[in-house]
Design a protein around this ligand. Sequence first.
Ligand code: UN1
Length: 487
Amino acid sequence: MTETVSATTFRNFIGGKWSASASGESYEKRNPWRPDEVTGVYAASIADDAIAAVEAAVDAFPSWSALPAPARAAFFFKAADAIEARVEQIAQDMTAEMGKPLREARMESARAATILRYSAGEAYRPAGEVYEPSVGNQTLYTRRRPLGVVGLITPWNFPVAIPVWKLAPALIYGNTVVLKLGFEAPRTGLHIAECFAEAGLPAGVLNVVTGSGSTVGAELVSNRHVRALSFTGSVAVGHAVRNEATARNCRVQLELGGHNPFIVMADAELDRATEAAFAGAFWSAGQKCTATRRILVQDAVYDAFRERLLARIAAAKVGDPADPVTEVGPVVAAGPFEEIMTAIERGKGEGGTVAAGGVRADDRGYLIAPTVFENVADDAFLSCEEVFGPVTSLYRFSTLDEALGRANAVEFGLSAAIFTRDLHATQRFANELQAGILHINSQTAGADVHVPFGGLKNSAWGPHEQGRAAMEFYTETVTVYQDAPLG
Ligand code: UN1
């Protein structure tokens, strides 16, 4: 349990042991800022590795689920301490492997410890309800029970926060876990496994596997021992996962894309709105499902807001993500870089005009200058499809009705923001905006650990994540009619 991974070659964590892929194959991960630099070599796992991980989780389930929840929580507190002790290392590794600017990577790494401490607290909160019986001499109550083995398929864009916010509720309620890490960002997730190993977590309770979705992920989707699957990623893959897994009666939770609107009313505090729009669109190079994709600005302040946003972009620190002042770094890898550049060309081809950026900003790194489009039609590609990069568009509107209608006119419904001082506008936004996460006078991204997180419409499937909402997904309810003996 105490063995740690070596400096450059990393293995899976299965049944409490570090093991190479059964295939003997590995893959290299490169630094998106300096692609000639290999940041690590990882197990290219195959179905057999996923099967071994599921078997380890099956074996660990009876004793883990039988532990009192506070005893489970004790491992969380130790793992949180271990994460905190290496926040800087996790952050630097994250920056090197997927290009998230160090200042954001530090925040995300610290968030992982907070998530674990919050979830540990679930051990001390109610796990059922007591009801009035309809006959005498009876106690009538519900209790929440773990499901068994849970599969977690996680993305590269929040390579610590998303694995942790899935595994923490899964484990605290007594499930055992097989976690498949994002192909592009395996190192940071392995830190989590190391921290739980340091905490002395029993073997097989948490199993962590690297490799591609089409092998490891596919096995988790079809494996009959996996009772629930939580997936964060693209709509196309998510729907395929759901269709296959639900057909075998596996519980499924999907967190998919977004096309998040940001409404600026004429009475908004423009400087604050500008900062929030900039952060929402360009932090993490726009690679968040909660990123700001459409900025709708009321006529009277359109020009003033546009000027401020372009000035903010001109002043932005864009470049080396390892520099702690950098605000916008490279995108994750060559493939996504090409897709984003192609989307920018398509945006221009469909009549959009580029007010800022639109170009590669470094010869070697996959750096795209923060990009703002104008004159994009509401039915154009950029207005409807998620482009997972530092690309956003400005739209002009005249009435609140119009803004709400256009904000809602997409298939997605993850997050949304409005900037205004008008209570009427905020009320209508809170009632009518079709998104799961609503921000009034703050940016579209961000997620507190203790509240539900999740989208509506095509942004999600199944119960929300995080906070107490996570219990819905990771437990099943049984109702107990307990009639006392008569004598
Ligand atoms: C955040 O905005 O801090 O993949 C979290 C994503 C989302 C998480 C966003 N599921 O970008």
